[in-house]
Design a protein around this ligand. Structure first.
Ligand SMILES: [Zn+2]
Length: 383
């Protein structure tokens, strides 16, 4: 216990240790140094610490630390990775915790390495002998890219606990729902040829036109069938984000593609959405000369849906004075929910600062967050 540094040192150590994850290999980094740093602090505090390397990326790992045993229990969870940063746009060193104007600047202060320092600060106010239910600190890998860390936990069926808080930046407001997202590409292949004679080819742009038509009709159907007034945008959205294809006006286009995202409500199942999309594509191109394929641009994240009456939601609503909300960004919460935990997303940062140059955490959020986490640990692990 004597070796674990004070709160500001914890925070500085986390920010000092780079852990960028990205789908672009040139930015992607290991999070192992950060995991080892957390492990050393938590071991000093007598947590049982496990480092769980990712199966597909063994240079990255999750950390699962536990104190106490028994049924139920509380998980304080966060992701160790940050998004890449644009050094030219920062007025501060992204890897040096800088205090200025009542703010702590640094990459990951808000989203969301700072949360680990606050969770450790709250946890060390307890003697493990007090615990009737276990306290877990969970630190995941690759939330900003593949979500492989969270998916691995689902495969392992761990941790087993009843309640979870993910400290993503919500301005300390509890969140019990968010939309899910899929990102897909549809490629349409025709056959090139001279434009003077249409029978010389099969125009892929015209094929893509059919696919886009189908997507827009499907969107209308989905918006008619699914609505949830808790969300700012109370229906599923589908955005066409990119089209490309062809090279010259006098050539029949041989290949064209569209990229889109579809943001689903909690009432929609991600696997069924994919199935339905494939079925509709089959129908569009049945008995035509086109060939098509659908490609996932990202693995997708399911929607989050925690019962608004869950004890952890009620407890955080009572302690913060805020009613739980539905938000538009995705988190690891659906994976923790699928492990049987009732999960709330709530953290001290603000989403407006996430993924931005000069990311910061307001100093006046630190103590209230530590106090809040202390009360939650007491309520769900000690009482
Ligand atoms: Zn985050």
């Amino acid at each position: 216990m004597v070796n674990t540094p004070d709160l500001m040192e914890l925070m500085a150590g986390l920010i000092r240790t780079p852990s960028v994850s990205s789908v672009s290999p040139e930015f992607d980094q290991s999070n192992m140094a950060l995991i080892e740093l957390l492990a050393s602090w938590l071991e000093d505090l007598h947590f049982n610490v496990e480092i769980l390397p990712l199966p597909m990326q063994p240079n990255k790992a999750n950390l699962l630390a536990s104190m106490g045993s028994g049924p139920g229990g509380l998980v304080l969870s966060g992701h160790t990775d940050t998004v890449p940063y644009d050094a030219g746009l920062w007025n501060f060193d992204p890897f040096k915790l800088t205090e200025k104007d009542q703010r702590l600047y640094g990459l990951g202060t808000s989203d969301m390495k700072g949360f680990f320092a606050l969770a450790i600060e709250a946890a060390r106010r307890f003697d493990p002998k007090q615990f009737k239910h276990p306290l877990f600190i969970l630190a995941t890998a690759d939330e900003e890219s593949s979500m492989e860390g969270a998916k691995m936990l689902v495969d392992l069926g761990r941790p087993k606990a009843r309640h979870a808080v993910i400290g993503e930046p919500t301005g300390m407001r509890p969140v019990h729902r968010h939309k899910g997202i899929i990102m897909e590409a549809i490629h349409v292949h025709g056959h090139g040829g001279h434009s003077s004679n249409p029978s010389l080819g099969v125009n892929a742009i015209e094929g893509l036109h059919r696919a886009i038509d189908m997507l827009l009709n499907w969107r209308e159907e989905l918006q008619g069938a699914h609505q949830n007034k808790e969300f700012n945008v109370p229906f599923p959205t589908l955005n066409l984000g990119l089209v490309s294809g062809g090279d010259n006006p006098n050539r029949i286009c041989s290949h064209a593609q569209v990229h889109f995202d579809l943001r689903i409500l909690p009432s929609m199942d991600m696997a069924l959405v994919h199935e339905e999309l494939d079925k509709r594509l089959e129908t569009v191109f049945k008995e035509t000369s086109y060939r098509f394929e659908r490609r996932q641009l990202s693995p997708g994240t399911p929607a989050m849906d925690t019962d608004v009456n869950a004890p952890i939601v009620k407890a955080i609503e009572k302690l913060t004075g805020y009613a739980s909300e539905a938000v538009a960004f995705c988190t690891e919460a659906p994976y923790l929910n699928s492990l049987g935990m009732q999960t709330v997303v709530m953290g001290p940062g603000d989403i407006a600062q996430a993924h931005q140059p000069d990311e910061f955490l307001s100093l006046d959020r630190l103590q209230p967050t530590v106090d809040l986490l202390e009360k939650l640990i007491y309520e769900f692990c000690v009482q």
